[in-house]
Design a protein around this ligand. Structure first.
Ligand code: ADP
Ligand code: MG
Length: 477
């Protein structure tokens, strides 16, 4: 039997505000437990929530970023449930009327094609606190610092057909919220969380299969693994005559498996109703226009511009715009390198990103600055150093040994372009290998590479390869 996978994602993006969505308490991550929860976050009787205007501003930004309808009027609703980390007994969320309506996001697949994912809605809500099970013997602690932190829940249509597509969508969304500067995107700290809804159906069947919802996935790698595990579990179950139960499952990354956590709750279990403490949220066209005017260049626009302006491939441009800091780094490098855009892209993608990855650093903490790398590229382009020697300079820059021109000077790395100097080296090598020269002259042309290697080695890698080729050809014939 042939099966098809269907995936829809619900993403919670923590909005980067200084204070909470309905109170003035700070949102900073990592404070001592319960030092950032005020009477409103603690759900004391008689307190009243007041909406943080910055949160509204950010929701509008997001709506514009996914080309969505922004609701003129949306409503905050109470979602009622009991849990120790939710002292009010309800979470303030949006239900029937969300602030952001239907939109879409295009994502780049590995084969270079683009796929559009429809976004159903995005709504504002408050986060709950945290239960801490590890700190006390036989007891659980409750930390309410996170209670009331603003979240934007972004719900996609079930448009993804593989774990890889789900990751591509999630990455595109991650890039977008960081460009918009509305979320720091830190998955380890839980600022960008994802629940994956997964089902399978037989190829050709129109009706969706029963889905499960996977929770607790906190990295791109785990999203892919959790979904793939779940697809196999569902197919095996169906093929052995079983049925899928609609339920919430927890992903265990240590065991790489999903486990049933609870049966799926229905919307009516939550007794949603409009929160009487909050007025409807009204957004005027003027407010939307004001945000629109300050919208930054978005990832796709930037990618298209990089292709146009710098002559990059879509593949390279996609890598460079995946993070706005990296895109900025690239443009500074290119500018410093007098516009040698492709060479700059190559050095960032193959050398710098490789080295950063190995050292577990990112572009923001790169030991080599964009102007340093730009100068390096410039010195390759103007033939001061060869591409090979440039790697030596790159390593010295990485170890923070100083500026490019200094390093070249101090280590004597300048490319030799003086013809007579090259000729002298070539003559020496030819004199040292009479047999090879004889063989070459009687037709063993493959030996040419041997001579190039020998001369290069004798020069310490400092010759211009093209120039060396010319001199060698002349002398050997
Ligand atoms: P709930 O609020 O109960 O989680 P929704 O109907 O709002 O449910 O859907 C939540 C997510 O589940 C959406 O992202 C949607 O695309 C996805 N989804 C719905 N049905 C399926 C299905 N059969 N298979 C996979 N994903 C689904
Ligand atoms: Mg859900």
């Amino acid at each position: 039997m042939e099966w098809e996978t269907v995936i829809g994602l619900e993403v919670h993006a923590q909005l980067k505000t200084k204070s909470k969505i309905f109170s003035g308490a700070a949102t900073q991550f990592g404070a001592d437990p319960n030092t950032q929860a005020c009477a409103i976050d603690l759900g004391f009787p008689g307190v009243l929530p007041v909406l943080n205007s910055e949160v509204v501003h950010m929701a509008i930004k997001f709506g514009l970023g996914i080309h969505a309808e922004i609701a003129e009027k949306s409503v905050f609703a109470r979602k009622n449930y009991f849990y120790p980390d939710l002292p009010k007994g309800y979470q303030i969320s949006q239900y029937e009327l969300p602030v952001v309506g239907k939109g879409h996001l295009d994502m780049q697949l590995e084969d270079g094609s683009t796929k559009r994912i429809r976004i159903t809605r995005a709504h504002l809500e408050e986060d709950a606190g945290k239960s801490l099970h590890e700190d006390f013997q036989g007891l659980s602690g409750i930390d309410l610092n996170r209670a009331g932190t603003p979240l934007l829940e972004i719900v996609s249509e079930p448009d993804m057909r593989s774990a890889k597509e789900a990751v591509a969508y999630l990455k595109a969304l991650h890039t977008l919220v960081r460009y918009l500067d509305i979320c720091d995107g830190n998955m380890q700290e839980g600022s960008f969380r994802c629940d994956a809804n997964v089902s399978v159906r037989q190829k050709g069947q129109e009706k969706y299969g029963t889905r499960t919802e996977l929770k607790n996935i906190n990295s791109f790698r785990f999203v892919e693994r959790a979904i793939n595990y779940e697809i196999e579990r569902q197919i095996a179950l169906l093929e052995s005559g079983g049925a899928i139960t609609q339920e919430t499952r927890l992903y265990d990354s240590a065991k790489n498996e999903t486990r049933a956590m609870r049966s799926k709750e229905e919307a009516n279990d939550y007794r949603y109703f409009p929160d009487p403490d909050l007025l409807p949220l009204v957004i005027t066209a003027d407010m939307v226009n004001a945000v629109r005017q300050h919208l930054p260049e978005l990832p796709q626009q930037k990618r298209d511009r990089f292709v146009q302006e710098y002559g990059l491939s879509i593949y390279d441009a996609t890598i460079l715009v995946s993070d706005s800091t990296m895109a900025h780094y690239y443009e500074t490098t290119t500018k410093t390198a007098d516009g040698h855009a492709k060479l700059a892209a190559n050095w960032i993608i193959s050398e710098l990103l490789g080295a950063l990855n190995k050292a577990n650093l990112d572009i923001e903490t790169s030991p080599i600055s964009a102007t340093q790398l730009g100068t390096l590229v410039k010195r390759i382009a103007d033939n001061t150093i060869s591409g090979k020697i440039a790697k030596t300079v790159f390593e010295a820059l990485w170890k923070q040994e100083g500026e490019v021109d200094h390093i070249i000077e101090r280590h004597g790395l300048k490319q030799v372009t003086d013809n007579s100097a090259i000729e002298k080296l070539v003559d020496e090598i030819i004199a040292a290998h009479p047999q090879h020269v004889a063989d070459y002259r009687t037709g063993k042309e493959k030996l040419f590479g041997f001579f190039v290697g020998q001369v290069m080695k004798a020069s310490g890698g400092k010759l211009n390869p093209q120039q060396l080729n010319e001199v060698l050809k002349k002398k050997l014939s």
